[in-house]
Design a protein around this ligand. Sequence first.
Ligand code: V47
Ligand code: SF4
Length: 400
Amino acid sequence: MQIARSITAVLSDPQLDDSLRLIAHKVFNGERITENEGLILFEKGELGYLGALANYIREKRHGNSTFFNRNFHIEPTNVCIYTCKFCSYSRLIKQREDGWEYTMDDMLDIVRKYDGQPVTEVHLVGGVLPQYDLDFYTELFRRIKAHRPELHVKALTPVEYHYIFKKAKVSYEEGMRRIAESGVDSLPGGGAEIFHPEIREQIAGDKCTGEQWLRIHEIWHELGKRSNATMLYGHIEKYEHRIHHLEQLRQLQDKTGGFQTFIPLKFRNQDNEMSHIPETSVIEDLRNYAVSRIYLDNFDHIKAYWPMIGRQIAQLSLSFGVDDIDGTIDDTTKIYSMAGSEEQNPALSTQELVNMIRRVGRQPIERDTLYKVIKDYTDEVFEEDTAFRGYFDLPVVTNS
Ligand code: V47
Ligand code: SF4
């Protein structure tokens, strides 16, 4: 299913710029594009052109399949020793009475709340505080696994790992080995922001560097484990910084093959120190998904994270290179509602996710975190589903 042009229509367009035609030929032939060509795509590629190329790759890899999972988040705290300028969620230690700080029992209670429910993944990430150290987290992961061994634990980013390993005086290698032993199954993609030091310094200067982020993922991959990667875009970075970021990821993926999914994260500007910067347009968001799909030829999946981008753009993105829209979430994350996302209480039932995917002509597939297919919902009929009628678009069900 295509919203716009096909790659063959693009290739036969007599008006097409020569450099864009060359790139389209490369994509059609399955060849890798260079950094300079990536930059050309960002600078000159209009939406229809980029969509045609990205959709060609997406359908070659996955056909119409569109992946989602059943998950929930645990955010241990929103108090943080760091001061990232884009963060709407965190509170400084001196304002800690405005935030929350869960104990280990609080977090185990959240896990227990899902007993008997068919969730497959817990995504655990939050602020950085001294009491959440290596011993605390390894104990927490062990106890989660002891309670529910089959629940996939996707936890913490190099931002936390760098901090807790330094505090425990262990090397990254030793630290990641202990983390794997304690039950963490995979790493989420957070904390990547923008790797380029000139930009990172200005927006997230006091936390781990881009190089450290990449090194921790590399060590994790060497242990035979998988992880995701993100990029925070649409603030003070330029296209060249986005390409630099994508290039670092592509190089590491060539080396290890350990990344599963790339998740572009649109900067949301409510209540943070960068609120004066306007947010990107929907067209720029779709262009960014498309260039990411084209550039990262060694990544299997591109994800649109619906609590951040909103359900409707997530649906549109499925024609611009995206094949995954994350999961049910169950209103367990505050990062994006506090930053101004239209999704103020993010929660979707399986039925709602399935219908979102069907309404844009794609096939809904429930996956586990490692992309093993749990269920193909293509022909599923929901008894209570009175809303869905073929491919007509309907107002998205809201949970407010
Ligand atoms: O690293 C914080 C971002 C990330 C804002 O791996 C913001 O499956 C936009 O990484 N505007 C954490 N973004 C979330 C994350 C993630 C989300 C969903 C799925 C996965 C996965 C990973 O959120 C942070 C930061 O880049 N963030 N504040 C903001 N105002
Ligand atoms: Fe802390 Fe993460 Fe917010 Fe940065 S983005 S201030 S590390 S919670």
